[in-house]
Design a protein around this ligand. Structure first.
Ligand SMILES: Cc1cc2nc3c(=O)[nH]c(=O)nc-3n(C[C@H](O)[C@H](O)[C@H](O)COP(=O)(O)O)c2cc1C
Length: 374
């Protein structure tokens, strides 16, 4: 018996490891690398060889979603996060997309505007961050060039500024295309600008962007509409986190809000909806939540599930039809060959939290694969 046969006999049998169609692409498997901020861009938000190496090491994922990437200087909330608005940023990202494609991988860029989760230290001209309403995120710190600082009360956007926000998403989407990405993911999760508009905790507006569900979902739908004019809709995904508490976000009644959002997304024919199931990085079934499978059943495209998945949970999700794609975050940080490890049932390495958001190649490109290669 050859070694190959032995390996195959031990391999896990599941269509998790089989190719799947996503828009115009055939992904090599149903495993997705989650967007993971790693804060290693330069001060101008430019990425380069280091990020290209990191993402290429993880290109055996069926799909990679890039770390959240600022669509404008105003959209930035953390130092050393990358951007996708300047020519230098586009040139930098080309290294990553080329490196991932050379390994047969696919990569979408996550379009990011943080809204109130920023600080005047990080804003052009030292102005206050913007948000739907002047509601401060409690207990949240910004990581600025001067260290951690509590968030300030943001400035509520004027009605006539909203088309400019949509234009920032369009510009980011265009730049992502120029940089060679395979698609874009609209970040409407984790308490950032778009979720601030969705949620009644943060959206106290009395104009047509606040109040009713129809009004609170309006900006997200306008962004989707505008981005799908730049990209074929089947190369555009959206990330939502209906039950997260991340960055002090929350909604008094998330179920009708998100069911309505999904209903409104359906006509676009998006590549996927990406759902952070539960509290991001925490409880998958938080108190006061609702059954997120309602969203899966309501959505007429691919459903990508994330949050706390391990091998068994992922296999069960596929066996029971709970998701089309399974997205892993922290496991991909410390296991560049995560797909192979899940397939063979090998142990996973633990990620070192101290190097999540800072530094250089250490804790970034130096995690070994099973075969020992970094
Ligand atoms: C270091 C780190 C950075 C993250 N950065 C992002 C990000 O840029 N965009 C995003 O939508 N979520 C981000 N998240 C959340 C992850 O995408 C994911 O939802 C979370 O880690 C739960 O998945 P997991 O249990 O597989 O890690 C981040 C999480 C971690 C740990």
């Amino acid at each position: 018996m050859s070694l190959n046969t032995v390996a195959n006999d031990n391999a896990v049998k599941s269509d998790l490891f089989d190719p799947v169609k996503l828009g115009p692409f055939t992904l090599t498997n149903r495993i997705v690398m989650a967007p993971l901020t790693r804060s290693r861009a330069d001060d101008e938000g430019v990425t380069g060889d280091l990020q290209a190496t990191y993402y290429a090491q993880r290109a055996s994922a069926g799909l990679i979603i890039s770390e959240a990437t600022n669509i404008s200087p105003q959209g930035k909330g953390y130092i050393r996060t990358p951007g996708i608005w300047s020519p230098q940023q586009v040139e930098g990202w080309k290294k990553t997309t080329a490196a991932v494609h050379a390994k047969g991988g696919r990569i979408f860029l996550q379009l990011w505007h943080v809204g109130r989760v920023s600080h005047s230290d990080l804003q052009p001209g030292g102005v206050l961050p913007v948000a739907p309403s002047a509601v401060r995120a409690e207990g949240v710190q910004a990581y600025t060039q001067h260290g951690f600082k509590p968030l300030e009360t943001p400035r509520a956007l004027d009605l006539d500024e909203i088309p400019g926000i949509v234009a920032q998403y369009v510009h980011g989407a265009k730049c992502a295309k120029d940089a060679g990405f395979d698609g874009v993911e609209i970040h409407a999760a984790n308490g950032y600008l778009l979720q601030q508009f969705l949620s009644d905790k943060t959206n106290r507006r009395t104009d047509r962007y606040g109040g009713s569900i129809e009004n609170r979902t309006r900006l997200v739908i306008e962004v989707v509409e505008a981005v799908t004019r730049e990209w074929s809709a089947d190369q555009v995904g959206i990330r939502i986190s209906p039950l997260t508490k991340f960055s002090d976000i929350g909604d008094s009644n998330p179920e009708p809000l998100y069911v309505s959002l999904i209903d409104q997304l359906n006509p676009f024919g998006l590549a996927y909806v990406h759902v952070v199931e539960g509290d991001t990085g925490g409880e998958r079934h938080p108190a006061g939540g609702f059954d997120l499978q309602k969203l899966r059943r309501a959505f007429n495209g691919l459903y990508m599930a994330n949050n706390g998945f391990d091998q068994q949970l992922a296999l069960d999700a596929r066996a029971n039809g709970l998701a089309d794609l399974i997205c892993f975050g922290r496991p991909f940080i410390s296991n560049p060959d995560l797909v192979e490890r899940l397939r063979s049932g090998a142990a996973l390495s633990e990620a070192d939290q101290a190097t999540f958001y800072a530094g250089d190649e250490h804790g970034y490109t130096d995690y070994p694969t099973l075969s020992g290669a970094a």
